[in-house]
Design a protein around this ligand. Sequence first.
Ligand code: GLV
Ligand code: MN
Ligand code: MN
Length: 410
Amino acid sequence: MTEVTLDERRFRERFDEFNEIGATEAGGVDRPALSDENERARDLLVEWFRDADLDVRVDRIGNIFGRREGREPDADAVLFGSHVDSQYNGGRFDGVVGVLGALEVVEALEDAGVVTDRPLEIVSWSNEEGVRFQPDMLGSGVYAGEFDLEYALGVTDDEGKPFGEELERIGYDGDAPCEPDGVNCYLELHVEQGPSLEDAGVSVGVVEGVFGFSWMNVAFEGQANHAGPTPMHMRRDALVGTADVTKAVRELTATGGADLVGTVGSVDVWPNAINVIPERVAFTVDVRSYDDDVVDRAVDRVRDEVACAADREGLEFEFEEIMRLEASAFDADCIETVADAAAAAGCEYERLVSGAGHDASYLNEIAPTSMLFVPSVDGVSHRESEFTEWADVVTGVEVLLGAVREQAST
Ligand code: GLV
Ligand code: MN
Ligand code: MN
């Protein structure tokens, strides 16, 4: 097999240049989906795809593809990539490592004059993070047939701006159909976003699946009143109900299943004033486990806790599950391809499942899929201080290269 060598310097320079877009003072990036910064990041990516002679296509939900033909043009393609939207004030590695790593794989093959049997397609999915527009993984979800295109184009951000209009505003309302067409398999390199690999002292994680999860929107309505003269027994405080549910979510993770995690991550209080009893609170609950029954039971418990908290405090409530994704077990052969590539690259690896959500979950529905992780220092992500040692990033791209070459040979 022809030796293919990554150009580490090119890759590093690209990574740094890319992360100047939307860079924050604390060392992170702020490029939420369909923001001006996300537009600039997409523009730079497309420019680099074109420089690499890739055939670029943008589909109707804004997923960006860069294709390199193989020796067998009619063979199904190896699809690999990740996303370049970020959390609000997020980290530089989440998603970007997988997309720019994929580009480096293709460029290194080109440098070495290696043409694979199968076509190769790099993908950058639209709105993976789901912070500005919910649900998350919208681009891959439409692509895999999980969501209708019209529904996805109609979801709105907090200011009521529809996804479709914002996509058009930034010029990424592409005309390619948003559906799979000849996909042999999907591979994704990502940072772990948890502590397992660092704890195990290995540089690669072979990902066997992804947790299932549920996202819930909850609102409590009580009564605003003066914080001084209103006696305690006359209060209907929406924030007290919220605090009760927050505590209950923490408690249910202790008994609901060994790997169950639960988070109240976003809270909006109205009128949010020091001397006014909170009248209305809207908040979110996120629960996850690798066992779908555990997620089911946790959602039921959260719904019950919301009703009980409302009853105790005399509140009206609204409860809506806005997103449910079943746990994904990846394809056994694809998993072994990644494990073999890690072994061939001479690195120690650990097998694990992902607590974080990934586009790979939806891709797993339509094609054999697997992922590989590189360690996150201190298990930190979705934060500006998110960091992965550069040597580990490069190792991850080497393993991705090996896995792509293996899958791309017929
Ligand atoms: C996406 O990053 C998620 O796991 O929520
Ligand atoms: Mn990600
Ligand atoms: Mn993320």
